[in-house]
Structures are given as C-alpha cells and as structure tokens.
Design a protein around this ligand. Structure first.
Ligand SMILES: [Zn+2]
Length: 386
C-alpha cells in the first residue's frame, strides 16, 4: 500500500477537521499525523502530557547528527464559542483564494505545510535533520513543548535553530514580550463598617494592593527598554478584573482581582514576583492583620510565558532571514513558545505564513498564496540542509 500524500491545502483540510480547542484532547489529530508520518517511514516520538489526554509529536527526518532545524507548530486552537462564523469552523472552506477554518492561520497552516512536505524532506539527501514538532497547550500555557525540548541533547542531537511557524507573514520575528498572569485573592473578616478595627475589609486591602501594584507598574515603565525594539517600550502591568464585597456598610469578606505583567525579555520575572509578594505582605500587615488575624492575600501565578530576547546574528536569525529573503528581524506583540526554546539554549525565531491579525477571530483564514509562499520557504530550508 502506498503511503498517502497531501498537498498543503489538503493537509490543512484534515488538520482543521480536528476540533483541537485547547480545553479538548488533541489526540485524534496526533494519531492521524503519527500514522501518516510512520507510513512514510519517518521516525516519530509521541510526548504525552501527565493526564494522557494530549500529546506532542516529534518527527525526526534525516541523519541523527548535531545541528539541523526544528519546525515547531502548535496543534491547539482558541475556542469558536460566541463567534459568528459564516460556515462550520471545523470544515475548511476555500473561496476567493482563501482557506477559512479555525486554526487556518494560527497555526495549522504552517503545520500542514510541514507535514505535507515531510515525505519530500525524507527523500532529500539531508546532511542535518529536520525535526517537525507538533505541540499542545500553546494558547493557554506554552508548556506543551517542554518534553520535546528536554529530548534535544538527551535522546536526540541538539538542533542549531528552531523556527516557530507563527503567522508572521514570513517575516522573521526575533523578539516578543513575556507574560505572567496572576489571580489574587484577598480574604478579610466581616464586621460593621462603623467599626473598622473589628474585622478587616478585603476590598480596602485589595484597593491598597492594586495601588501599590500600579506604582510597581510605574517603576517598570520608568525602567524602559534598552533594546528600543518594543512598543510600548516598557513592561506593562495591568489589572483587568476586580470583584468583591457584599454591601456598602460591611467590611468585605473577600475581594479578588485578575492581572498580568507583560515583560521585556531582559526582565527577571522571578525577581518581580518576589517584589510582588513583598508588597502583598506589607499590605496584609497594614490592612488585614493589624487588629487581629483577620485576613490574608494569596497570589496565584497561573501562567508565565517567557519572552523572546533579540539575539542578533544567532544561527536561527541568520538562517531564517536568508530563507525568508528578509533583511532584518521584526518584533511581534504576541507571546509564543519561542521563549521556552530560547530558555533551553536553542536559538529561536518566529517565521510562518499568514497574518496574525486574522487569528482568534470568526472566519479566520489563510490565503492560498500564503500557503504557497510557506511551502517555498520550507523547500528552501530542505535545500539548504541538503
Ligand atoms: Zn499561534
């Protein structure tokens, strides 16, 4: 039986047909990709998550030698709920030179091109390997690449460059901010508002805490951006939600708020978090435990996706600029898995087809021209490594 071949568009149609919203299992897609790659005699390893309901897939094509390039794409997509799609988001619709579907541009288009070309990579006389990595949980935590990253230098030779195929319009992006997200819960003790020493108001403590966080945000702003690459040129701190209290004349029992820091790559987030905990202790001492053990503050840091630091002249940057036929790298405003690779010492840039502006929206699409340009880009890569 001959192994099936797919054009990038046909492969995209298959990949889009799997509903891989981040809260769902991606295993049906991974099963499909694994079967397909194995049918072409390509070595594949599956890297499941702890719960066993999702997995990353790492295909290695070519000789097992140091060097080579990782093509990294996530398989998860953002939810379609509440969005007004013109057609079924999980059935690829091609019209007017565009292919519409959830994930078409972010980023199953890139995944589809890489998978479609895998048999050609396998047939090419590669001198260095091409690794195709399909990850999970990119849209939520960016943790679905860590097992694959750990495999490099342990089970597999270390690659010299990682290309994350996020939709940059085939520009080479070598910089983005990191983002740390936090849910803070302030607990207090109810009492009549006329006697503020008989309890502790979680709302009042939270307001003080938020004010001090805003002051921290001002300090981050004043620290600026030495690279001059980011807009705005400083780390931002933002409180997006706040909720608490039951009545005007009751010291509030609880108040919670959700907030984030989008930080420049050079910023030591662990150090910032230590500062935040210090601030919390100060607020708690002054507002919650001054008259008795009336409350506490708990910061739950849910996600910390590291930024991508510009690394001028890196192997990844030079390779991608050459293959993409660009002169200089750009900065992007969104987060990605790239910082995780860079954190492991692997030179990494973002470069993939399509426009991020269409991502996460109804009627998300990639154009057929963009698919073709992405295909040409990856064919140039295979030629470069042959
Ligand atoms: Zn993406």
């Amino acid at each position: 039986m001959t192994a099936p071949r797919y054009t990038p568009l046909e492969m995209l149609e298959r990949l889009v047909s799997f509903d891989t919203e981040s809260h769902r299992s991606n295993l049906p897609l991974i099963d499909f990709a694994e079967d397909y790659l194995r049918a072409h005699g390509i070595a594949v390893r599956r890297l499941p998550n702890a719960q066993g309901d999702k997995a990353a897939l790492l295909a290695t094509i070519g000789p097992l030698v140091e060097g080579g390039v990782v093509l990294s794409g996530h398989t998860d997509v953002v939810p379609v709920e509440g969005q007004a799609w013109s057609s079924d988001p999980y059935r690829l619709r091609v019209a007017d030179g565009r292919a519409y579907g959830r994930g078409a541009v972010d980023m199953k288009g890139f995944d589809a091109i890489a998978l479609s070309l895998a048999p050609d990579f396998a047939a090419a006389p590669l001198r260095e390997p091409i690794h195709i990595l399909l990850s999970y949980d990119e849209e939520t935590t960016c943790l679905g690449v860590l097992d694959a990253i750990a495999a490099f230098g342990r089970d597999l030779p270390r690659p010299r460059a990682v290309l994350v195929g996020e939709p940059t319009g085939l520009e080479v992006a070598d910089a983005h901010k990191g983002v740390a997200m936090c849910e803070t819960r302030v607990s207090g003790t109810e009492a009549h508002s006329s006697d503020p020493e008989a309890g502790a108001s979680a709302v009042m403590a939270a307001c003080d805490y938020v004010a001090r966080l805003m002051a921290l945000g001002d300090r981050l702003r004043a620290a600026g951006d030495a690279t001059g690459r980011f807009t705005p040129g400083y780390s931002t701190l933002h409180v997006g939600t706040i909720e608490g209290g039951t009545a005007r004349n009751i010291l509030a029992r609880a108040c919670g708020f959700g907030w984030e820091i989008r930080y420049l790559p050079g910023v030591d987030m662990a150090e910032i978090q230590a500062q935040v905990e210090d601030i919390a202790r100060g607020v708690a001492a002054e507002r919650l435990t001054r008259y008795g053990p009336y409350g506490a503050i708990e910061n739950r840091w849910s996600v910390d996706v590291p930024g991508l630091a510009p690394d001028p002249g890196s192997e990844a940057e030079r390779l991608a600029l050459r293959l993409a036929r660009r002169n200089r790298p750009i900065t992007v405003a969104y987060g990605s898995e790239a910082g995780r690779f860079q954190g492991a010492g692997l030179p990494t840039v973002l470069c993939g087809p399509g426009d991020i502006a269409r991502a996460h929206k109804a009627d998300e699409y990639i154009t057929l021209d963009e698919l073709a340009a992405g295909e040409a880009f990856l064919r140039r890569l295979a030629a470069e490594l042959s």
